[in-house]
Structure formats: structure tokens, C-alpha cells
Design a binder for this molecule. Structure first.
Ligand code: PMP
Length: 372
């Protein structure tokens, strides 16, 4: 068996040891004679898996008692509707920071429920190609938000498509805001230490840093559980989900089980502190290569470059197809950039080892020498 280095933006590579363990347990989980997929979600065996998974996640992210951790469905895009349904009671508007495709999608969807006030917007990186994509200056953010009865302020901590990542700029302002902070952390959750106490809601789909698609993790401050609109579907109401231990209806049991194995793996590596250090190391390998080359170019301002998703273009775009096919011959796959950005994108989440990133860097150097 030979496995590739998979740079997919998501669903993304999982730790090989996790896949091996899941394979070994597939038919007979710990001598019980059945697969986790076949277990009742209310059985003692599954409840044990579930509770350990939730406890490990809380430990990894250092979630304080003031916050609930929910395992939901609908993905991060579903959350674009689920969050307003849960937080808008008594409010008419919310504030949005748009830094790219995902945050824009969130503010757009919000308009179905209330007035979306975009308080900062640097999402149209293509229109500002010289400066590249970047995190906007957040210095006056609180002035633009406070005193206006905003239900919350939303931002996307890592723009998976544009490759733009915050580095605590908004988190550091949280205490100066008069509304809760809501963050989409789909593509960088568990890669950086956060101060969870500063957030009203943190949410993300699992299929990048956590596990398979199908489960959405929501961390919500308990006092916000009382702000749901009456029309919020019960299955998506944070309070109902919390009161029922994420089992108001059947949760995505197998995805949660795999996420649990990923959490065990991450704890054994050294937790989020390890992931943070590794992420920087891996990102530096690629950005250093790109910055020392006149053939590769990264369209994101240096200080704001994502440690998870590394977009880059080739000086000659007609070589894109050749780059991708030669990379694939070397077992380096899923490198094609998102159609809205073009070029390439290497997604290097927690499960991508440094070795995989080094293999990509070696190939990129060789390719440049060959064609330049
Ligand atoms: N937000 C971000 C930052 C994402 O990367 C993605 C998925 N690529 C989404 C939202 C949408 O997630 P889902 O497909 O799980 O709804």
C-alpha cells in the first residue's frame, strides 16, 4: 500500500495511525463484536466514546466551565443560519468582518434573518492584487461596533480559500466590544491556542483539523443559550442540544468517534501547543521557499499568511497543469488552487507531517529549476 501526501483543503488528510486504529476496530470494537457505526448512540459503549471525545476536546482547547461544547450537524455553512436563529432574539442586526469568501458567505446568509453590518471588509483581494490579500486594520473595530445593539460580531479566523489568517487581532479586542464575538474556526481549530473565554461562539466543520465531514463543533457561552428565536428548529437550538448532551437527535456517531481518535492522537503529540509550533514550522518551509524564488508567488501579505492554507501561483500560468501532473507522479496531490484564486494551494493541517511539506518543497525547487 502506498499513501499519497494529500494537500486537500478539506475533507483533508487524517493521521495515519488514526486510520489504522479505525481499520483495526472496524468490525469488532474492543471485543464487543460490532462496529462503532452499528452502535446505538445511547449504548454505554458509545456514550463512553462520546464523553471521552468531548472531554478530550475540552482539554485540548482549554474550554472553561462557562462554555458548552456541542457536536452538531449542518457544517459551518449550516451555522450561517443556525447562529442567527440562536442569537438574534431581541436584536435586529449583527456586525461582520469580511476577509474572504467564507466570511462573505456568512454575512450574506445573515441577511435572511437581520441586517448585516459589514464593519470591515478586505475580502476583495483580487481587486487589490498589488497589496495582496490581508487582514484589515482592526484598530477602530470597537468604535464601529459598540453602541449599536449588535447581536454579535462575526469573523472567520482563517480564510481557507484566500489563505488569510488572523493572529489574535480580534480576540485581543473582545473585552472592548459590547457584543459577543463569534468566530468561524473551521480551518484552523486546534492549531493555535485560543482564549475561549473571550468568545461567545466558536464553530467549525470537522473535516480539516478534527476528523471526517459530518460533525460540526460548536463552543458556546452558556449565557447565550437563552437568545434563540422561537422559529429556531429544535434540532439546531443550542439550548436544546446542550440540555440533551448533543443527543437530542442522533448525532453523526462515526464522525465523532474518528474525531475522538484524532483528539487522542493530538494529545499524545503534545496537544495544541505542539500543533501551533509544528504549524509554524511547516508554513515557514513553504513561505521561505516561495519568498526566495522569483518563480513562485504568494498573493497574501506576509504578516497575514495562513499557517494552514498556503496559496501560491507560478510565474507562468501555462505551466500549472504540468506542475500538478508532475507533483501527482511524486505522490503530492490535491494542490490545485481554488478556482476563485487560481494557481495552487497546499493545505497543511495538523495531520500533515513536516516530512510531507518537505517533500512538496523539494519538488517545487526541482520543478522551478527544470522550467525556469
Ligand atoms: N468556513 C470555512 C472557513 C471553511 O473552510 C469551510 C469549508 N471549506 C466552510 C466554512 C464551510 O464548511 P461546510 O462545508 O462544512 O459547511
Amino acid at each position: 500500500m502506498s499513501r499519497v501526501w494529500n494537500f486537500s483543503a478539506g475533507p483533508a488528510a487524517l493521521p495515519e495511525s488514526v486510520l489504522q486504529r479505525a481499520a483495526a476496530e472496524m468490525l469488532d470494537w474492543q471485543g464487543k463484536g460490532l462496529s462503532v457505526m452499528e452502535m446505538s448512540h445511547r449504548s454505554p459503549e458509545y456514550m463512553g466514546i462520546f464523553e471521552k471525545t468531548r472531554a478530550d476536546f475540552r482539554a485540548l482547547l482549554n474550554v472553561p466551565d462557562s462554555h458548552e461544547v456541542l457536536f452538531m450537524q449542518g457544517g459551518a455553512v449550516g451555522m450561517n443560519a443556525i447562529i442567527p436563529l440562536n442569537l438574534l432574539q431581541g436584536f435586529e442586526q449583527a456586525a461582520f468582518v469580511n476577509t474572504g469568501a467564507w466570511s462573505k458567505k456568512t454575512s450574506k446568509e445573515f441577511s435572511k434573518y437581520g441586517t448585516a453590518r459589514v464593519v470591515l471588509d478586505n475580502g476583495n483581494a483580487a481587486a487589490d492584487a498589488a497589496a495582496g490579500a490581508y487582514v484589515p486594520d482592526c484598530a477602530h473595530l470597537a468604535d464601529r461596533v459598540n453602541g449599536q445593539s449588535m447581536a454579535y460580531l462575526h469573523f472567520c479566523d482563517n480564510e481557507t480559500i484566500g489563505g488569510v489568517e488572523f493572529n489574535g487581532q480580534i480576540e485581543n479586542l473582545a473585552n472592548a466590544l459590547d457584543c459577543p464575538l463569534v468566530a468561524d474556526v473551521s480551518s484552523n481549530i486546534l492549531s493555535r491556542q485560543l482564549d475561549v473565554s473571550r468568545y461567545g461562539v466558536l464553530y467549525g466543520g470537522a473535516q480539516k483539523n478534527v476528523g471526517p465531514a459530518g460533525v460540526t463543533i460548536v463552543v458556546v457561552r452558556k449565557d447565550l443559550l437563552e437568545r434563540a428565536q422561537p422559529i429556531c428548529p429544535s434540532a439546531f437550538e443550542f439550548k436544546t442540544v446542550a440540555d440533551n448532551g448533543s443527543m437530542y437527535n442522533t448525532p453523526p456517531t462515526y464522525s465523532i468517534y474518528i474525531a475522538g481518535l484524532v483528539f487522542e492522537w493530538l494529545l499524545a503529540q503534545g496537544g495544541v501547543a505542539w500543533a501551533e509550533q509544528q504549524s509554524q514550522l511547516k508554513a515557514d518551509v513553504l513561505y521561505n521557499l516561495i519568498d526566495h524564488s522569483s518563480f513562485y508567488h504568494c498573493p497574501v501579505r506576509k504578516a497575514d499568511r495562513s499557517r494552514m492554507n498556503v496559496p501560491f501561483t507560478l510565474a507562468d500560468e501555462s505551466l500549472n497543469a504540468m506542475f500538478l501532473s508532475k507533483a501527482a507522479e511524486r505522490g503530492l496531490v490535491q494542490l490545485k488552487g481554488h478556482k476563485s484564486v487560481g494557481g495552487m494551494r497546499a493545505s497543511i493541517y495538523n495531520a500533515m507531517p513536516l516530512e510531507g511539506v518537505q517533500a512538496l518543497a523539494a519538488f517545487m525547487r526541482e520543478f522551478e529549476q527544470e522550467v525556469a
